[in-house]
Design a protein around this ligand. Structure first.
Ligand code: F6R
Length: 244
C-alpha cells in the first residue's frame, strides 16, 4: 500500500496515503481483519462520500472470503430527521445501496440506526460497545452530526444541522430547500466510548479541518473532532490532498 508518511500527535496516529484509493484499501483491510478475528464484532459506520470506496473494497474482500456475517452488529452514526427511511437520500438507503445489499449473510435486524424511539446509547452498550467506529469529518469539524457547540458528554439526540452542513449536503438533493435541517446523531460521548476509531478525510475541501485537528491541543466545542485528541486508540487516515 502506498503509505507516504506515518506520525503521532497527542494520541492521534496519523497515516498519510498518496491517494484515497490506497487509504480506503488500508481501512477496508482493518475492518476485514476485525471481522475475521471476531465474528461478533460491533461496527460503528458512517455514510457520505468519504467511506464509499472503503465499503467497495470491503464488499470485494468479504465476498471472496465467504466469512459468516450473521453475528456482526452495525450501528450507524446518524440519520436525517424528516425523511422517510426509504427516501433515496436517507442514510438507511445509502447503507443499503453502498454496503448492506451486497452482503447476504449480514442480518438486516442487526443493522441499527439512531431513531427517536430507541435509547441508542443503551442499545450500543448492551451490545458490548462499538469495537471499531468509522468516521468522516465535516469541513466545520463535525463528526457524526455533532456540530460546533456540541458538548463532550453529548449522547445520541436530535440536532440542528449547521448551515455549512446543509450547504455541503445539498449536492445530493435537487435544491437546498429539500435538505433536512435536523438529524439524529450519536453524541460525542457515544463516539468516544468506541474501543477504536478510524477517521478518514480526503481531498482539498477537508484540508483546513485536518489542519485544525493537527493544531488542536485539547477539546474545543467549536471544533467537535478535537474530542479525539484524548481517545486512546485513534487512527487518522488522510490522502495527500487533505494533508498538504
Ligand atoms: C455521515 C456523517 C458525517 C460525514 C461528514 C463528511 O454519517 O456522520 O459526519 O462523515 O459530513 O461527509 P462526506 O464524507 O460526504 O464528506
Amino acid at each position: 500500500m502506498k503509505e507516504k508518511q506515518k506520525m503521532k500527535k497527542n494520541n492521534l496516529n496519523i497515516h498519510v496515503f498518496h491517494d484515497q484509493e490506497a487509504a480506503s484499501a488500508y481501512v477496508a483491510n482493518k475492518i476485514y481483519d476485525l471481522i475475521q478475528k471476531n465474528p461478533q464484532a460491533v461496527l460503528g459506520l458512517a455514510t457520505g462520500s468519504t467511506p464509499e470506496l472503503t465499503y467497495q473494497f470491503l464488499i470485494e474482500m468479504l465476498t471472496e472470503s465467504n466469512l459468516d456475517l450473521s453475528k456482526i452488529l452495525t450501528f450507524n452514526l446518524d440519520e436525517y430527521v424528516g425523511l422517510e427511511t426509504t427516501h433515496a437520500q436517507s442514510y438507511h438507503t445509502f447503507m443499503s445501496e453502498n454496503l448492506f445489499k451486497f452482503l447476504p449473510t449480514l442480518k438486516s435486524n442487526n443493522n441499527n440506526f439512531p431513531s427517536a424511539e430507541v435509547d441508542y446509547d443503551k442499545k450500543i452498550s448492551d451490545a458490548g460497545g462499538i469495537d471499531l467506529q468509522i468516521l468522516g469529518i465535516g469541513t466545520n469539524g463535525h463528526i457524526g452530526f455533532n456540530e460546533p457547540g456540541s458538548t463532550s458528554d453529548s449522547k445520541t439526540r436530535i440536532v440542528n444541522l449547521d448551515p455549512s452542513t446543509i450547504a455541503a449536503n445539498s449536492r445530493f438533493f435537487n435544491s437546498i430547500d429539500e435538505v433536512p435541517t435536523k438529524a439524529i446523531s450519536m453524541g460525542l460521548d457515544t463516539i468516544f466510548k468506541a474501543k477504536k476509531i478510524i477517521l478518514m478525510a480526503f481531498g482539498e475541501t477537508k484540508k483546513s479541518a485536518i489542519k485544525k485537528l493537527m493544531q488542536a491541543e485539547k477539546f474545543d466545542q467549536d471544533f467537535p473532532a478535537s474530542i479525539l485528541l484524548s481517545h486512546p486508540n485513534v487512527e487518522i487516515i488522510v490522502d495527500e490532498e487533505s494533508y498538504k
